[in-house]
Design a protein around this ligand. Structure first.
Ligand code: ADP
Ligand code: MG
Length: 255
């Protein structure tokens, strides 16, 4: 098997007295589409936020693309990551949030060009060209001059996807991308994510409660509970013949 692009080894994450990730071991292969499911509070968002360098870890080690994420080598010794190292590592990943997190005072185009200009140093013209490419991919070329508040939730989330893609990350992280949408707007966002999964060799790590969707796009589904993977496997196997009682109980609510 190839070296995984994401590798958690015995990762512990605590908030005060609560252990949110409990010696987690977890791997994702390059190009793999993996969905994390599990009850609220089980640590799903924390996994993505740690990868996006929004939360630090307490113990263990994470590698992304073969490099330590929260550590770096100094004189052959592993030391806590510097801001500079974290900044470099962040370029591997793009994240799409449940609440979109768009910049409200910027146009759609500016939302997409901001990071490529500020972080990657692209010229305005290059960044605008990129924005056009990714807004087209999510079907929003005609909305570039609008502000987020002028768009529907589904359109805003598609801007969120274009914004993440414009950094050309190797890994895309999605944290319940459709959970705050009205039901009639869920489909347009899932369609975009599905197209990405099918047409691009991106590595995708997705948290969702859309079980049928997860089944369609995922190579593997991981059931999380209390900061650990209880059970994982290809969706057609995990859904129909879960081995663990906790997995069965959870899936019963959806299928
Ligand atoms: P999930 O996404 O599976 O619902 P989270 O990863 O968001 O779960 O949260 C896991 C646990 O960590 C929850 O008990 C949550 O209350 C707690 N938690 C998450 N973020 C923080 C934080 N910044 N400070 C304190 N506790 C937090
Ligand atoms: Mg969450």
């Amino acid at each position: 098997m190839n070296e995984p692009i994401i590798k958690f080894d015995n990762v512990v994450k605590r908030f005060g007295d609560i252990t949110v990730l409990d010696s987690l071991n977890f791997q994702v292969q390059k190009g793999e589409k993996v969905t994390i499911i599990g009850p609220s509070g089980s640590g799903k968002s924390t996994v993505l936020r740690i990868l996006m360098t929004l939360e630090a870890i307490n113990e263990g080690i994470i590698h992304v693309a073969g490099k330590p994420l929260w550590h770096e080598y100094k004189d052959d010794r592993l030391v806590p990551a510097s801001e500079g190292h974290l900044r470099e590592m962040r370029k591997e990943m793009g994240m799409v949030f449940q609440q979109f997190n768009l910049f409200p005072h910027m146009t759609v185009r500016r939302n997409v060009t901001e990071a490529p200009v500020q972080v990657l140093g692209l010229s305005k013209a290059e960044a605008n060209q990129r924005a056009e490419e990714y807004l087209d991919l999510v079907g929003l070329s005609d909305q570039a001059d609008k502000f987020p508040r002028q768009l529907s939730g589904g359109q805003q989330q598609r801007v969120g996807i274009a914004r993440a893609l414009a950094m050309r990350p190797n890994i895309m992280l999605f944290d319940e991308p459709t959970s705050s949408l009205d039901p009639e707007l869920v489909g347009e966002v899932l369609t975009v994510i599905q197209r990405l999964a099918e047409e691009h060799d991106l590595t995708m790590l997705l948290v969702t409660h859309e079980m049928q969707f997860a089944k369609q796009i995922s190579d593997r589904v991981c059931f999380f509970d209390k900061g650990k993977i209880v059970e994982e496997g290809p969706p057609e196997i995990l859904y129909t013949s879960p081995k663990e009682e906790r997995t069965r109980e959870f899936l019963k609510n959806f299928i």
